[in-house]
Design a protein around this ligand. Structure first.
Ligand code: 5GP
Ligand code: MN
Length: 347
């Protein structure tokens, strides 16, 4: 059931009705396939309509998304701070896509908060913050890309659809559902997919470009992590993988290389909670995945300064990697019953 207010789609549609409006679009920091796909889909359709559009990414995205055709102007804040800031300050309307809290925009947070014009949030994460004037939020969507398609349909922008828009939105839905393996029980998702396929996109090819495009180093790092770094806590229905900076260097780490690693332990029978710890220069980045009722997002927000969806969340810890893992181990007994319940329900 969609709870999103379609009237709000229309209000925002009227707001951007003029082709003279200059539009800026910001996806979240460390953009994933959905953040990129949703931002590019929206940008390209507005570009096709005749608007001046700029996407400002807070930082770089993984190379396996480089094939996505971006017709609008693109800026990366991490390598082009001045121009990026100017593009935001001088736009008429600012869209924030695929994040629920201004802090998820990384270094662009301050610029977003200071922007005085209309700010529109389009997102599917729980508990959206109030940093935008228009908040279009619905957690029943598989992805922000799926929401963008409904948005452009309701607002009539759909007549400017082309293959590039369909490809980017498809990529967002595909990646946020783990290639159609989770959050896929709502018929709306497949209705949208069906509509996108009618624009002549090649779904097989898109899957290959994203998932069959890894380096040898990345495959070896995955093998090493599963064989030597994964710890399984059978009693707690949980498993973790932790990776140090030294190990990342050893495998010539490139951005995006560890994407998806956190999902592997969940394919072990009985495991309902998986956590990936990655040592960064001055903190530890955590990824959480769960199955069934175990709330990865609550766990992340309560203990690791993070948040996200029920079954997919992230967070950070300012301690050493070792201490962070130790903290996690000590928390497991506190969650024993919730973990057992979640695994029982899946039997
Ligand atoms: P991933 O593990 O793929 O980095 O992130 C999974 C989901 O967790 C994201 O879609 C996002 O909703 C959320 N997430 C990831 N990192 C953070 C974080 O540092 N803070 C918050 N609040 N959410 C995060
Ligand atoms: Mn998303």
């Amino acid at each position: 059931m969609k709870t999103v207010d379609k009237e709000l789609f229309k209000d925002v549609g009227s707001l951007i009705e003029s082709v003279d409006k200059v539009i800026a679009i910001i996806p979240h920091h460390n953009p994933d396939g959905d953040a990129i796909g949703a931002a590019v889909g929206l940008a390209n359709i507005l570009f096709n309509r005749g608007n001046k559009v700029t996407i400002i990414f807070p930082n770089d995205f993984p190379a396996f998304y480089n094939w996505i055709e971006i017709k609008a102007e693109v800026l990366f804040y991490n390598s082009n701070k001045k121009t990026s800031k100017k593009a935001i300050e001088h736009c008429d309307i600012l869209f924030c896509v695929d994040f629920n809290d201004s802090s998820r925009a990384g270094q662009l947070e301050k610029t977003i908060l200071e922007f005085n014009g209309p700010k529109i949030l389009i997102d599917h994460h729980p508990e959206p913050g109030s940093f935008c004037n228009y908040i279009i939020s619905d957690i029943s969507y598989s992805s922000t890309a799926e929401m963008i398609f409904d948005f452009i349909t309701v607002t009539g922008l759909v007549k400017f659809m082309d293959k590039t828009v369909a490809e980017s939105l498809y990529t967002g839905i595909m990646t946020d559902t783990g290639s159609f393996s989770h959050n896929i029980s709502d018929p709306n998702t497949f209705r949208v997919i069906s509509a996108l396929l009618k624009f002549g996109i090649n779904a097989d090819e898109i899957h290959g470009k994203v998932y069959h495009n890894y380096s040898t180093d990345r495959m070896r790092l995955l093998g090493y992590c599963l064989n030597e770094k994964m710890e399984v806590f059978t009693e707690y229905h949980s498993a973790i993988i932790s990776i140090t900076q030294e190990e990342l260097k050893r495998f010539n780490f490139m951005p995006g290389d560890t994407e998806g690693f956190v999902n592997y332990p969940l394919s072990i029978s009985g495991i309902v909670f998986s956590v990936l710890f990655i040592e960064k220069e001055d903190h530890v980045k955590l990824s959480f995945r769960s199955k069934g009722t175990f709330p990865a997002n609550k766990f992340a927000s309560t203990h690791f300064n993070g948040g996200g969806h029920l079954n997919a969340a992230g967070g950070e810890d300012n301690q050493s990697l070792e201490k962070s893992v130790q903290k996690f181990r000590q928390l497991l007994p506190v969650y024993l019953h919730q973990l057992i319940n979640a695994s029982e329900e899946l039997k």
